[in-house]
Design a protein. Structure first.
Ligand SMILES: [Zn+2]
Length: 182
């Protein structure tokens, strides 16, 4: 995942100061997607209205999708209302697809279980598609930059709840990130 991390760090480094001062938290992920990368983020009630949306079946819903040709990220509006940190993670995940797997001919549809999945391996859950793992890693690297996580980990004495609040991330996402960078 080194290449993915480097990509995410390069993106953050390029963000101009008027969008983000590279210190304040949480990272303004939507402003970065919108004002820096030029992708419109839309909260959409019915994700199946996206052109080319696959059958989702009873087991899942679409959390986010990337319409590369239209330069749009769609976020599942119901999920976003219920779990605001998840909305941020989904935007970061779709940004990962934009930088790592973009193909103007193809739209990417990300199911609930593939975006910011709960930590450990859920019994019976098949391993994620490698591009979904990469998009999750990219999102974590953007939302929880390694140097800032280490700084605030030291400052708070490793206060897990405080870190989740400061970075506005889910407990699952922060738990995984601490394993990666501390
Ligand atoms: Zn995805």
């Amino acid at each position: 995942m080194e290449g993915v991390t480097r990509h995410a760090e390069e993106l953050l480094a390029e963000v101009p100061d008027w969008i983000w001062n590279h210190r304040s938290l949480p990272v303004p992920i939507e402003d970065i997607a919108d004002s820096h990368v030029g992708l419109l983020v839309r909260d959409v009630e019915d994700m199946t209205t996206a052109p080319g949306c696959p059958e989702v079946g009873a087991d899942g819903s679409i959390s986010g999708l990337l319409l590369a040709g239209d330069r749009e990220i769609w976020v599942n509006a119901a999920e976003a209302r219920e779990w605001p940190p998840r909305r941020r993670f989904t935007i970061g995940h779709e940004l990962g697809h934009w930088f790592l797997h973009r193909d103007a001919q193809r739209s990417l549809f990300c199911r609930h279980g593939t975006v910011d999945p709960d930590g450990g391996v859920t019994a019976g859950r098949p391993p994620l598609d490698p591009i979904e793992e990469e998009a999750n890693w990219f999102a974590a690297s953007l939302l929880m930059p390694a140097d800032l996580v280490r700084r605030h980990y030291r400052r708070t004495g490793g206060d897990f709840d405080a870190l989740c609040a400061i970075f506005n991330c889910s407990r699952a996402a922060m738990g995984r990130r601490l394993h990666q960078v501390i």
